[in-house]
Design a protein around this ligand. Sequence first.
Ligand SMILES: CC/C=C\C/C=C\C/C=C\C/C=C/C(=O)SCCNC(=O)CCNC(=O)[C@H](O)C(C)(C)COP(=O)(O)OP(=O)(O)OC[C@H]1O[C@@H](n2cnc3c(N)ncnc32)[C@H](O)[C@@H]1OP(=O)(O)O
Ligand SMILES: Cc1cc2nc3c(=O)[nH]c(=O)nc-3n(C[C@H](O)[C@H](O)[C@H](O)COP(=O)(O)OP(=O)(O)OC[C@H]3O[C@@H](n4cnc5c(N)ncnc54)[C@H](O)[C@@H]3O)c2cc1C
Length: 551
Amino acid sequence: MFVPTLMGQCTPEQQAYWLPRALDMQIIGTYAQTELGHGTFIRGLETTATYDPETETFVMNSPTLTSYKWWAGGLAKTVNYCIVVAQLYTKGVCHGTHPFIVQIRDEETHMPRPGVKVGDIGPKLGFNTADNGYLGFDNYRIPRDNMMMKNAQVLKDGTYVKVARHGKATYGTMVFVRVLLVNEAAFNLAKACTIAVRYSAIRRQCSPDSEGSELQVLDYSTQQHKLFICIATAHALQLNSTWLWKTFSDTLAAIKQGNVDTLPELHALSSCLKALSTADAASLIEQCRHACGGHGYMMSSGLPYLYAFVTATRTYEGDYTILLLQTARFLVKAYEQVEAGKPLTPTVSYLSQAFTGKKLPWDSSPDGIIRAFQALAAGKLSSTVKSLRKRLESGLSYEQAWELSTIQLNGAAEAHCRAVMSQNYKSEIERLTVNSSPNVKLVLQQLYKVYLYYWALERTGDLLLYTSISESDIFELQLRYEGLLKEIRPNAVGIVDAFDLRDEVLHSALGSYDGNVYERLMAEAQKSPLNAEPVNQTFHTYLKPMMKGKL
Ligand SMILES: CC/C=C\C/C=C\C/C=C\C/C=C/C(=O)SCCNC(=O)CCNC(=O)[C@H](O)C(C)(C)COP(=O)(O)OP(=O)(O)OC[C@H]1O[C@@H](n2cnc3c(N)ncnc32)[C@H](O)[C@@H]1OP(=O)(O)O
Ligand SMILES: Cc1cc2nc3c(=O)[nH]c(=O)nc-3n(C[C@H](O)[C@H](O)[C@H](O)COP(=O)(O)OP(=O)(O)OC[C@H]3O[C@@H](n4cnc5c(N)ncnc54)[C@H](O)[C@@H]3O)c2cc1C
């Protein structure tokens, strides 16, 4: 995040000075925005940067314990520079949060600079190869030029000058990383389902009839139900990630031309896609672990590490709930645009059907299910807006009415995102397989149907509310879904092999290409320090005295 922020928030002159040093690893930096007391609410950050025109410096301060920077990766012992997000004061006026480049350690000795307090925040659920740290300032001065001045400047005399055309230019790095995290979610979920599917083909457990041999657990319908949605979701996230990256690139190009019109839609899309992709990936990686029984709980399976790494992405770079609420904010505005007869941007154009007042006729084809997801999203948004307006009419303020409606707002945002993801998934598969062999087309279509049927069956309640789906339609869809799992089974291992993930990348005794699971589990077990000697010294210090009643 250090380098992308230098690129996005520095003037060309500042980039010319800082980027070569950062890219050449002459300096190592991190992005320190979150504090002990605030992570979500950026406007509530307490670290201050007060401009002193006498010395043309900013005085950095941590006025309270909760103002200490907390969490930044590499902050504890690795970096010697930080991008610090602080409340900018000049001429006695606070201009809100701005980014500053701050040297925190000496480039030769690596000692913390005087006025800088830095350390490690301690063990975490995962990410323990990263030294996430804390950082406090005590009247620590930095040169005026260390304010990142692309979007705002402070002149030598302390005059504040706003440069950016849109109010959230300083939030740009977060959008960039959120876009990247969708790809990260796809990649890590692909690893987990490769491990779990390969292991499920090796693992034999239980014999339905007493004479027969034990079945591969991958033959069980419940195992296919656990795992094939993981494969389909890895594909869905990868294709949505590629689509989002193009949307991001197009928006950035437009902003460079001075056109910020598509930024709100990009913020809404990157928010909900980052939220759903990281939450889906984390829960499905856990589902892959469940599918591997006790051996899935071994660190040598690779699955606990994957879960610990990915579940953090649901929180950092914008908490799941917070980001869905950002998308909801955009959707409510889109709803109002439909009411006003104004045109809608492409990803919300389906909202016009929220005003038909009729249930969408159920159609179980892939396109029909995607239309049903859109009708569901439009319907949930419509009922959410009705709740919001009912509360406003009762005399509540907009903020109060909004807060009371946030559960429904989050549901509407999640439904919108599922509709966008489903639409992108199917259309990208069709675009990419135009020249593919019939077999490849068949398999990839089977997978996106798994995705569509799975989520339709997960959302039957909402479909009953907003479409004409009947009880028998639901029963028929369940049977069709279960039949589809059996069609995919023969290709399951080949499909995960197609992720082409090397053993060194999987780090898994269960998922290695050669399938020698039991030999690898035993080999990993031998690495346990407890196997260094036949009798551990704790027998003599604790167990034996206890057994002799001497403890
Ligand atoms: C590639 C990575 C691979 C693996 C990972 C490996 C390493 C990485 C590990 C860890 C890195 C983690 C780093 C971090 O976590 S950095 C800290 C991240 N912190 C956050 O994300 C904080 C989340 N909070 C916010 O973004 C804002 O506080 C929030 C948007 C919630 C509210 O902001 P604010 O109160 O200022 O705005 P609002 O009043 O809600 O909205 C005002 C207005 O602005 C628009 N808006 C808000 N944000 C953005 C944005 N980012 N871009 C564009 N527009 C934005 C918002 O829509 C409103 O517009 P309008 O409705 O028109 O008024
Ligand atoms: C592994 C990891 C690495 C990180 N790396 C960095 C880094 O390098 N740099 C950096 O600056 N930060 C980093 N962070 C911090 C991260 O950005 C924050 O943890 C994240 O933004 C969430 O903020 P928070 O911790 O304050 O949670 P909070 O916002 O306090 O969330 C707590 C609960 O409150 C809820 N909540 C909060 N506000 C609202 C609201 N308005 N409405 C409804 N519910 C609300 C949340 O949904 C959540 O359920 C990292 C975090 C982790 C876990």
